[in-house]
Write a protein that binds this ligand. Structure first.
Ligand SMILES: [Zn+2]
Length: 132
């Protein structure tokens, strides 16, 4: 085995930076490209119409353009503490909640839907969990 192979076996760049989309080593504290603090990110995934990031304080939606090829630069930030009425739809994988009196709905891919639901359970913020 060459040194290079060994390096590749041990280091995976699977930790996608929510800010710029670059893959970082699993143990990176901050992004190698844009320097975003990655230790704050509890969950990040890419879906069809948006990318979603969850930190301990915020749920952030990074909106994608119509062709889903890049981000529009329009982000929506929700303070977790102000998110009410969280619902995970079934059988349609939809995640919805109320924020400042307005209902927000996100259709998610199954994997993303499951990771989000699991994380919400784990950190104890779906005490209001309902299936609709
Ligand atoms: Zn970055």
């Amino acid at each position: 085995m060459t040194m290079n192979q060994e390096y590749n076996d041990k280091t995976s760049f699977n930790r996608i930076c929510p800010e710029c989309g670059v893959g970082n080593p699993e143990d990176a504290d901050s992004c190698i490209v844009c320097d975003k603090d990655l230790s704050e990110t509890l969950l990040f995934f890419e879906d069809d119409f948006y990318d979603i990031e969850l930190t301990s304080e915020l749920l952030i939606e990074y909106r994608k353009n119509f062709y889903r090829t890049r981000r529009t630069g329009k982000d929506k930030k929700y303070f977790i503490a102000e998110i009410k009425d969280i619902k995970f739809g079934h059988p349609i994988k939809r995640f919805s909640f109320k924020y400042k009196g307005k209902k927000e709905v996100y259709a998610l891919k199954e994997d993303n839907y499951n990771s989000l639901k699991e994380l919400f359970k784990k950190i104890g913020i779906i005490y209001e969990l309902e299936v609709e």
